[in-house]
Design a binder for this molecule. Structure first.
Ligand code: HEM
Length: 634
């Protein structure tokens, strides 16, 4: 039966082999989304139907787009009651296997490694970077997203993912005919480390040097040594300098959970959440005077990590994908269809749809142990969010309320990175930096917008030390996806059950882009690199990213919550304390966190509805949300 359905002429011929693997019921569900996809319709549907479409899609991705890598690594059972806190290296979170999700485990996959035979240099990454990625003129993303939003996502990336490097280097040398226009004729970098996996999907896999859980490792570190470095071992608190910013070691490297490839905006986010952690410690100590340093630290870490996850889910993502359907969808992920008020009153009684993923009785991994995936890394390559200059504003000006303060200086972003960035940040101070970033729009995720300064970038190693060989990040990103066997754009879409493109006009209506694509890839749409496709794709109104990238988010954003014991079984007062849970519950937005530490700052400077939108923009009109969804979205 499944065969006859899958071979139906209704299904795009290139998707039939995927459908052939499906159960009868899933094939029927696939028909529904495929029908909607063919009409290009889901984002125009009324909210409830849009949510139903996304619900079906997520279900199918959970069934067919989660592949476990590294079956050979055997973990052990452990006593979950004894480890009812987030450990330094991410061990002891999966209910029955202590290793899953810990530092140094494999990246998973959402689809098999590419089956295409294109070579690593076909076409040359430098040519792709020059012709399609390099910024000609800064393209901003309007009022939707500001530099705080841009720094926030780097803050998240450094919580979740980073590939372990090999000790062997590779050199990329621009072909002679293009060398002229290149910022660097050649550059060297370390290969990604590949290790045997014992998995059917891929013989080798890559290792994550960070803990993939949403555990705040960006401020707490990814192992015992990292954790010791950041703690004061007094009252549960973390180290901060006297000016409220991160402390530094004798070499000028910040003391924080992750110090690789940072810049002042990223460091500011770290410092803000260290402040939050320390404020939670104070609150807990007041309510529970018997708690010792260790207990205060453990509870405060759980609470801080949950606040970070919550802000990302119900605020940052909603601003990235600014549509009513996603506003409802993301809040339903946290609070459920019945909304916050009902959840506050009755707790989790209705399962994931009615009461949300958070606080579910048990973690759910859909039969595939939790990890973040290669494809997830690829869709988060969003360096075009970064501008070329940071615009500093005069916060002592007599500007009237909510007006954009005047510019005092435009500082090249390259200067704001690394140690020099840290030095500048301590001169600028937290408040001026927050207000300046709040008022600056960030870059749009589109072609010809890759920051110029990152094409000759001094990168940093895992200890925050400068690398001797600068790199062309734009070319390197193309190389990385190929090196890691991530499918190119069309194969990626097919694997996500999306209709592939047949010609360049299916991707974009921009003639200039089509001409440039032809120059680089000829008429071979299969050759199109994933990054180029994601950046060129026509966007859904309100979305700052492509639809193709979004379907990976749809799967992984839920998974980060529902697979984690501390957002499900252990999201309770025993692990978090009564007061800790109340702190998570009352914190809804980044503005709430900023207000806690700088009580008059947003009142004076922020007109926008969210700290992630440009601050002098008009607040959102109350979105049209149908009556039956009002309680879910407020
Ligand atoms: C000043 C800011 C930033 C600098 C200097 C920077 C630099 C770098 C460098 C050097 C790498 C490693 C490249 C490699 O060896 O493959 C990297 C990886 C990456 N960056 Fe950034 N980055 C910045 C901001 C951002 C932002 C805003 C995002 C947005 C999401 C982002 C997302 C990523 C991702 C997804 C990776 C891949 C990680 C992996 O391979 O596991 N970065 N970045």
């Amino acid at each position: 039966m499944a065969f006859s359905l899958s071979s139906s002429s209704f299904i795009h011929p290139e998707l039939r082999h995927i459908v052939a693997k499906m159960s009868f019921l899933d094939t029927l569900l696939f028909y529904v989304i495929h029908f909607v996809d063919k009409l290009g319709l889901w984002h125009r549907l009324p909210v409830l139907l849009g949510l139903a479409y996304l619900g079906i899609r997520r279900h199918l991705h959970q069934r067919y787009n989660l592949l476990h890598v590294g079956g050979g690594i055997k973990g052990q059972k452990y006593d979950a009651d004894e480890f009812c806190y987030r450990t330094a290296d991410g061990k002891c979170n999966h209910p029955t296997n202590d290793i899953i999700g810990s530092q140094g485990t494999f990246f998973g996959r959402n689809m098999p490694q590419t089956t295409s035979n294109y070579g690593l240099l076909d076409p040359h990454p430098t040519v792709v970077a020059n012709k399609l990625l390099a910024r000609k003129k800064f393209i901003d993303c309007g009022k939707q997203f500001n530099m705080i939003a841009c720094s926030w996502i780097q803050f998240m990336i450094h919580d979740w993912i980073d590939h372990m490097e090999d000790t062997e280097q590779v050199e990329l040398r621009a072909p002679d005919e293009y060398a002229e226009g290149c910022p660097m004729k050649s550059f060297k970098f370390y290969k990604t480390k590949k290790v045997p996996t014992n998995s059917p999907h891929s013989k080798t896999g890559c290792l994550n040097t960070r803990t993939p859980w949403w555990d705040g490792s960006v401020i707490y570190g990814n192992n015992e040594d990292g954790m010791k470095r950041v703690r004061t071992f007094k009252d549960g608190k973390l180290r901060l300098a006297g000016d409220g910013l991160l402390d530094h070691d004798e070499k000028g490297i910040p003391i924080s959970g992750d110090v690789r490839n940072g810049w002042a905006g990223f460091s500011l986010m770290q410092a803000l959440f260290v402040k939050e952690h320390n404020a939670i410690c104070d609150m807990l100590k007041e309510h529970y005077p018997d708690f010792d340093d260790e207990r205060l630290y453990r509870h405060a870490r759980l609470v801080t990590s949950a606040i970070i996850a919550k802000i990302h889910t119900i605020e940052w993502t909603v601003h990235l994908l600014k549509t009513d359907t996603l506003l409802a969808g993301m809040r339903i992920n946290w609070y459920g269809f019945l909304g916050k008020k009902i959840k506050d009153l009755f707790g989790n009684f209705g399962g994931p749809i009615l009461s949300g993923l958070v606080g579910l009785g048990r973690p759910r991994d859909h039969g595939v142990p939790f990890s973040l995936t290669e494809e997830f890394v690829s869709v988060y390559r969003m360096h075009s969010l970064l501008p070329d200059e940071l615009i500093l504003r005069d916060i002592n000006s007599t500007t009237s309320e909510y007006e954009c303060p005047p510019v005092v200086e435009k500082v090249p972003m390259s200067v704001m990175a690394g140690k020099e960035g840290e030095r500048r940040l301590s001169q600028i101070g937290m408040e001026q930096m927050l207000i300046s970033m709040g008022h600056q729009t960030c870059g749009a995720i589109t072609l010809w917008n890759f920051p110029s300064w990152m094409r000759n970038l001094v990168a940093h190693d895992i200890n925050g030390e400068e690398r001797p060989d600068p790199v062309d990040m734009a070319a390197m990103e193309i190389y990385r996806d190929r090196e890691r066997g991530v499918a190119r754009y069309n194969e990626f879409r097919r694997n996500l059950m999306m209709v592939p493109i047949g010609k360049w006009e299916d991707l974009t209506d921009d003639d200039e882009v089509i001409e440039a694509l032809r120059q680089v890839y000829g008429n071979d749409v299969e050759k199109l690199d994933l990054q180029v496709g994601l950046h060129a794709e026509k966007k859904i109104k309100g979305f700052a990213i492509s639809e193709t990238a979004f379907f990976i988010f749809l799967l992984v954003a839920s998974r980060r919550l529902e697979a984690d014991r501390f957002f499900t079984t252990n999201f309770n007062s025993k692990s978090y304390t009564e007061e800790g849970l109340a702190w998570v519950n009352k914190t809804e937005t980044l503005k709430d966190v900023i207000d806690r530490h700088f009580p008059s700052l947003t009142k004076k400077w922020m007109r926008s509805s969210s700290a992630f939108s440009v601050w002098d923009s008009e607040p959102n009109p109350t979105n049209y949300i149908p009556l039956y969804l009002r309680f879910a979205t407020t």
